[in-house]
Structures are given as C-alpha cells and as structure tokens.
Design a protein around this ligand. Sequence first.
Ligand SMILES: [Zn+2]
Length: 150
Amino acid sequence: MLTEFSAAISSVNLLTQMAKTALQAHTQVERDKILGEFRETIIELYERILRLQVQMEEALRVKIEAEEKLKQYEKWEVECAKYMLTEPKPGLFVYALKSEHVGEQPAHWICPKCYESRKKSILQSERRVNPTFVGKRCPECKTDFSIRGV
Ligand SMILES: [Zn+2]
C-alpha cells in the first residue's frame, strides 16, 4: 500500500510539473503534446487511487477482524479464569466452576477438550441405552465422561 501511495504522490508531482511546463509552452503543438501526457498521467493516477481504495478497504477488514478476535480472546480469558482443572475420579479430568463463582451460576463442569479450543461447553447428564452408563456428555464435541464411582 505504501508503494502505491508513493507512486500516487509522484503522479501528482508529475502533473504539477506538466501544468507548469504547459503554461510556459510557446506553441500549440507543444501544449497539445503536454496535454496528451497529462491525460495519460491522470488516468494512471485514477487507477492508482482505485487500487489504494481496494487496499485500504482490505486493511480495514483485516483490522476489524483482528479487533473482534482480540475481543473474543479477552472475553475467554475472563471466562476461563472462573474454572479450574479437577479430577473428580482417578483419570477423569474436567474443568469445574470455582467455588467463588457458584451462586452466580450453578456448579457445573465444562469439557476439557473444548476448553483447550477456547470454548465453554457445559457437560450434560447423559441417558444412555446402556443402563450401566453413568456419566456426562459434551454437547459440542460429543465426548462421554463416565463418572461411575464418583
Ligand atoms: Zn467438548
């Protein structure tokens, strides 16, 4: 974008110089020749401005996306700080709402796999066809967490 901007500035400087030269021309032939070059330079300048406009719109889109991503990261940092990794039974790890936040919302667990992907997915009690299964399921990634024996 800076290269295109510098080229546009150069075109404006060239047009200024051409206008001065045209004013000092002594014949109509000289003025017509400069006018032809002037038109070509104006067209080039117009095309450069259009390219700059496209580049600026793209830069603005990237900036807006980056700001939105940063907002999401900041929001997640606040949310994930409310949880701690726990092991409700040997070998079973989940993130549990810290006790100081219970009351703001009911105590619950969230999926450790989704947590690593910066998603809060509350584990849900799962009724299974297999009546011996006692556990919870992540509604996002469908991971089952057997809690029998807790
Ligand atoms: Zn999950």
